[in-house]
Design a protein around this ligand. Structure first.
Ligand code: FUL
Length: 492
C-alpha cells in the first residue's frame, strides 16, 4: 500500500522506521547557517520598534551635552508623569523604552549611593524622587520592555580617565541592573568628547576607547545580573550601531558583520551601516534617531517635530531593512512628551495601522518551485499563514526558487513584506517580485531587493493583479522564508 503512494523517499524512510506515523520528522530542517542569533538576540529581533527617552539637566539648561557642572537644583520637572510617557510610547505601537539614566553630564536620574550628583539633590519631590523607578514601573504597567542608557563618558566625575572611575561606573551599573526589575537592553554610548568639568578641573581629557573601559569586565556584569538583556554599542556585543543618526540602515543591511576589534566609539560607520554578508558575528543593527533635531527637549524645536510621513519613511529604512528602530522622544520641562510629538506619534501609528491591518496575501493559493522533501511542514503556504516558527524551506543546495501567489480576484498593493526564519541564520541575498499582466499575458518585474533578515519592506508603485511571483535569486544556503505579505499604503 505504501509503495503505491507517491511519497518522497525521505518521508517513506521515516514511516518505515516506525516512529509513529505521518507526523514523524522525516525530513530534517535546514542546517543553520552560522552565525545565528543567540536566544536574547532572537527575542530582541521581535521587538521591532521601541522608544528612547532623553531626559536630564539638559532639558532645563537647553543643551545637548551638559558640561558636567550643572547644579542638581536645575532638575525640576513641574508635572512629571511617567504614565503619560509610557502611554504615549505604547499608543505609538512601540514595544519598549530605553531611558537615559545618566547622560554625559553625569547627573543621575536615580538616587545613586555612589554620588551626590543626582536627583537626590534636586528639588524634584524634595530630593526623594527616582525617575528610573517611576519610568521602569510605568513601563511594566503599560506592557513595555524597559532598558537603560548609562553614559560611559562622565563629564562631572573628578576621576574620569582614572581606573577608579571604572569601579564607579560598574557600581552604578550594578545598582541599575539590580534594583529596577528586568531590563531588555543596556545602551553603551560611544561618545567621548574630551573636555568637561571633571570635579572642577575643567580640562580636556582624552582616553583610549579601545583599552580604557575594559569592556569585557563590564559586559560580564550585565550577563550576570540581566542575562536576557542585549547590550548595544558601536561594536555590540549583541546589537550594533547603524553608523548614523538619520534613521537609515544600509541597503543591504546584514545582521552579520566582521566585528573583531570594534568597541564602543571605535568602529567603521560605513561597515556598521551595511554589515558584512556572511560576516563572522551575528550583530544586528539598531537605528537610533530622534523625533526632533536634538535628543533633548528644546522649545525652539517645537515646530521641527518629524511628520508622520517622515516617521513612516524612517520605519521603512530601519525596521524595513532588517534593523530595529529606537525612536527618541524628549520629555519637556514639565516632564511629559509635548503635544506636537504626541500628535505626530498618533498619526504615525494610525498610518501604520491603516497599512498593516490587512494583509492582501491572505487567502492566496501558494505554490513553490521547490519544497523541502515535499514535506508539508516546509510548505510554501507557511509564508502567508503567520504561524510562529513556521517557514517555507527548499531542499539542500536549492538557493534560488520561486513562489507564486494566486488570488481569486485582483488585488492592489504597494508594499511587500518579507521575513526569513532567522534562527537558521541570514541566508537570502537577492529577491525579485513579478506581477502577472493579464492583458499582455506575461510576468512584469515590479521590485527587486537584496538582504531580508528579520524583516524587509519593499515599497512599490500601486500594483493590481491576480498573481504575483516571488523569485529568490541568490542565497548562501537553501531557503527558509517565514513571511510574504502584501499591503496597501494609503496616500500620505
Ligand atoms: C550620542 C550621544 O552623544 C547623544 O547625546 C545621544 O545620547 C545619542 C543617542 O548618542 O552618541
Amino acid at each position: 500500500m505504501l509503495n503505491r503512494l507517491p511519497l518522497p523517499r525521505a518521508l517513506l524512510v521515516g514511516l518505515l522506521l516506525g516512529c509513529g506515523g505521518l507526523a514523524v520528522a522525516a525530513v530534517p530542517p535546514p542546517a543553520p547557517l552560522a552565525p545565528v542569533p543567540s536566544e536574547r538576540q532572537w527575542a530582541w529581533h521581535q521587538l521591532g520598534a521601541y522608544a528612547f527617552v532623553h531626559f536630564t539637566v539638559n532639558t532645563f539648561t537647553d543643551k545637548e551635552w551638559g558640561y558636567g557642572d550643572e547644579s542638581p537644583a536645575v532638575f525640576n520637572p513641574t508635572a512629571f508623569d511617567a504614565d503619560q510617557i509610557a502611554r504615549t510610547v505604547k499608543e505609538a505601537g512601540l514595544t519598549g523604552l530605553v531611558l537615559t539614566a545618566k547622560h554625559h553630564d553625569g547627573f543621575c536620574l536615580w538616587p545613586s549611593r555612589y554620588t551626590d550628583h543626582s536627583i537626590a539633590h534636586s528639588p524634584y519631590q524634595g530630593g526623594h524622587g527616582d525617575i528610573v523607578r517611576e519610568i521602569a514601573d510605568a513601563c511594566r504597567r503599560h506592557g513595555l520592555k524597559f532598558g537603560l542608557y548609562l553614559s560611559p563618558w562622565d563629564r562631572n566625575r573628578a576621576d574620569y580617565g582614572q581606573p577608579s572611575y571604572l569601579a564607579y561606573y560598574r557600581n552604578q551599573l550594578r545598582e541599575l541592573l539590580t534594583n529596577y526589575g528586568p531590563v531588555f537592553e543596556v545602551w553603551f554610548d560611544g561618545a567621548n568628547g574630551g573636555d568637561g568639568y571633571y570635579g572642577g578641573a575643567r580640562e580636556v581629557r582624552q582616553i583610549d576607547n579601545t583599552t580604557y573601559y575594559d569592556w569585557p569586565a563590564t559586559w560580564k556584569i550585565v550577563r550576570e545580573l540581566q542575562p536576557q538583556a542585549v547590550m548595544f554599542s558601536d561594536g555590540g556585543p549583541d546589537v550594533r550601531w547603524v553608523g548614523n543618526e538619520r534613521g537609515v540602515a544600509g541597503d543591504p543591511c546584514w545582521a552579520t558583520i566582521n566585528a573583531a576589534g570594534f568597541m564602543p566609539g571605535h568602529a567603521d560607520g560605513q561597515q556598521l551601516n551595511r554589515g558584512d554578508r556572511r560576516g563572522a558575528q551575528w550583530l544586528p543593527a539598531e537605528v537610533d534617531v530622534s523625533i526632533r533635531p536634538g535628543w533633548f527637549y528644546h522649545a525652539a524645536e517645537d515646530a521641527k517635530v518629524k511628520s508622520p510621513a517622515e516617521l513612516f519613511a524612517i520605519y521603512l529604512t530601519s525596521v524595513g531593512r532588517g534593523a530595529n528602530l529606537i525612536l527618541n522622544l524628549a520629555p519637556d520641562r514639565r516632564g511629559i512628551i509635548p503635544e506636537p510629538d504626541v500628535a505626530a506619534l498618533r498619526a504615525w501609528r494610525a498610518y501604520r495601522d491603516a497599512t498593516f491591518s490587512r494583509d492582501l496575501a491572505a487567502g492566496a493559493r501558494v505554490q513553490a518551485s521547490n519544497t523541502r522533501g515535499h514535506d508539508a511542514r516546509y510548505a510554501a503556504a507557511n509564508v502567508i499563514a503567520g504561524q510562529p516558527g513556521a517557514y517555507w524551506a527548499t531542499d539542500d543546495g536549492v538557493t534560488s526558487a520561486e513562489l507564486v501567489l494566486e488570488f481569486a480576484a485582483p488585488r492592489t498593493f504597494n508594499l511587500i513584506l518579507l521575513r526569513e526564519y532567522l534562527p537558521l541564520g541570514q541566508r537570502i541575498a537577492g529577491v525579485a517580485l513579478d506581477a502577472w499582466d493579464a492583458t499582455a499575458g506575461r510576468w512584469v518585474e515590479c521590485a527587486t531587493t537584496t538582504s531580508i533578515g528579520a524583516q524587509r519592506l519593499v515599497p512599490t508603485a500601486d500594483i493590481t493583479t491576480t498573481k504575483v511571483r516571488l523569485r529568490i535569486t541568490a542565497a548562501d544556503a537553501c531557503l527558509a522564508l517565514s513571511t510574504l505579505g502584501l499591503f496597501l499604503r494609503p496616500p500620505a
